[in-house]
Design a protein around this ligand. Sequence first.
Ligand SMILES: C[S@@+](CC[C@H](N)C(=O)[O-])C[C@H]1O[C@@H](n2cnc3c(N)ncnc32)[C@H](O)[C@@H]1O
Length: 296
Amino acid sequence: MSAPAMLVHLLLEQLARHPLPRIPETAAVMEDPLQVAAFADSGKDQGILNYIYLFHSLMSAALIAPGDVVLDLACGPANQLLRHARLHPDAHFIGMDASARMLELAEQNLREAGVHNVSLQQGDMTRLDGMAAAGTDVVTCTMSLHHLADSTALQHCTQQIARILRPQGGVYLADFGRLKRRATQRFFAYDRMDLQSPAFTADFLNSLQAAFSLTELQQAAAVLASAPACYYTALAPFMVVLRSTPRRAIDPGLQQRAQAAYQQLIPGEQRDLCNLLRWFRPGGLRLPDGLMLTGG
Ligand SMILES: C[S@@+](CC[C@H](N)C(=O)[O-])C[C@H]1O[C@@H](n2cnc3c(N)ncnc32)[C@H](O)[C@@H]1O
């Protein structure tokens, strides 16, 4: 990412007064083969989102305890789920998505990776049919809330999360936030267009335009008993994270798996991950206490 250009855009965000109007995704449930394939590839090894998935798994590492049942909402092709499942081999994960095509890819992805602590089910994140009340320990969701039609659907989603979580349950909800300038949205969508497919670039821009505002996300999260803190990237909410307080300590096994995953990134991805950590730091989001990444 071009740091000076990004800084200019972030500073110009300060001068703009209001978030842009939201433009909802036209195809909320992702079934288009080209779009699905482009998105799935972006999360594979050295794909453009690979380091972001590790970032979210590390940031949520202290929420997931051994024996937990974890629901990953709108799991898509399971790229995030794979990261979570490898980091927590002693927890059970359920991946839910409304798209049959995404779930087919997810199943293939998990089979090829030889991961056995994940099951998949088709479902709508505003209903969570088939999920028992107070039966889930943790709910995670990455880059998907903006697919919901409007803030009412967003509230239905968080009400359902509140319904299925156990009393001491935790959440980690991460998404893009609504920016104030079309030019900033275009900057982020196009900045790495030489490294991503045209379908992914178009999808990225749609996602930024469909992102909820900080206020909408915070209002929807207010129904959650665990009262997650809301964090966002400094100067503008390009990315937003709602995270509950830790539910476990980082033990040596978890530290070792996290460090190994970090070491497997190529140097450019390690740099991107460290930059993202720095970008979130002024807003207060940090790696869980006791988790350290070294080398690289
Ligand atoms: C951009 S993808 C993100 C996938 C995954 N969470 C990730 O981070 O890689 C958004 C996903 O949300 C799914 N989706 C959209 N609306 C949904 C809904 N109402 N219920 C469940 N899944 C939905 C889409 O099918 C798609 O797989």
